[in-house]
Design a protein around this ligand. Sequence first.
Ligand SMILES: *Cc1c(COP(=O)(O)O)cnc(C)c1O
Length: 456
Amino acid sequence: MSNQVKFLLPEDRIPRRWYNIQADLPKPLPPVLHPGTLNPIGPDDLAPLFPMELIMQEVSQDREIDIPEPVRDVYRLWRPAPLFRAYGLEKALGTPAKIYYKYEGVSPAGSHKPNTAIPQAFYNKQAGVKRLTTETGAGQWGTSLSFAGSLYGIDVTVFQVRVSYDQKPYRRAVMETYGARCVASPSNETNYGRSVLEKTPAHPGSLGIAISEAVEIAATNDDTKYALGSVLNHVLMHQTIVGIESMEQMAMADAYPDVIVGCTGGGSNFAGIAFPFIGAGLRGGPKPRIVAVEPAACPSLTRGKYAYDFGDTGHMAPLTKMHTLGSSFTPPGFHAGGLRYHGMAPLVSHLKELDLIEAVAYHQTECFAAGVLFAKTEGIVPAPEANHAVKGAIEEALRCKREGKSEVILFNLCGHGHFDMAAYSAYFAGDLKDDKYDEKELAMALSGLPSVPEAA
Ligand SMILES: *Cc1c(COP(=O)(O)O)cnc(C)c1O
């Protein structure tokens, strides 16, 4: 129709409701189990960690949940986020495909994560919570929750994975600017952290360990709760604002995606763009292909096992059925820190089992090459995590070229890479290696999976 590049929605089109895919699942999610008893848990079991409003969202079967007006007011700082047609990238690839991307890097934290940090802080504030603890790997989630905490007057303590704490001093400075306290994990501030340091004094840390530390503090302090930036049902639901806006913007572009691509760490930005479209398909609408892209060095969806596992290394968090590399797996130190988690969101895992989504894995150097081409043709330097989605979209566009098809491709550009330029420098210097995950360590981590009664 037109050669419009940018599709913008007016402020009053910020969605009024999040979408809950649980309402449309052909088969319900397997139950969540108590880490001690291995019995299914109820809302009360989660009450030490989360405010009841978020727990009810976690288990809700309602298709839509109202976004509180005060949360919509904060969303207005950067939402609706723009959707672009990637003409420059299409031209460089010589593809007949039409590539669109939703850009979530326009948020104050530079990624999609504030979409859930804001409502999580809001509901905690309503419940009278004084302090939130959390973990961060790459720093994006810690930044987002610190920002949200500062808006609502809640103290935030961030357990930052040790390698990231050392490698990314500017991320820490941003969190501290928002008033948060950053602690390198494993730390001496928790029983679990001390136990890890006792065995391995120079431990580089992992998301699984940092989660255990954050959960321990929340579980043992009445005025403190825990916030998770991905994986959980309510987090994925908050992110559906991305897909709901995208649907409206694709309609403005007079197009509907044939393929939707997102990168997957814990699964939240992927779910955010894909779930509203999957839901429309489940309710009788068109069914685009949905492609999850993960790092070959931490391939939970493509190489992990679909099994009950702990969400954290210290086994304090509940067990969920998910694609997992084992809760003791420490992925090699590649540069997309946000994708270094041993498990995958139960909802994303469930959809994979139901064959409603596909998954592929790429190495980090080929993803950086994709990100550099994207930056040169579209102008935005993607986050290393987002490079995986760029790579996935490029591969689909090249397939369209081979097959002579002008399919419509939509991907989530979930964040910019302005705090990750050291990783780009390492890439340009030829210092990035394509580590495969260690087969032996993986086998060991998987052999340690908890045994859970078949019925569960
Ligand atoms: C945190 C993060 C990810 C990974 O988390 P998901 O829950 O899978 O989205 C990916 N990209 C960016 C930019 C992130 O900040």
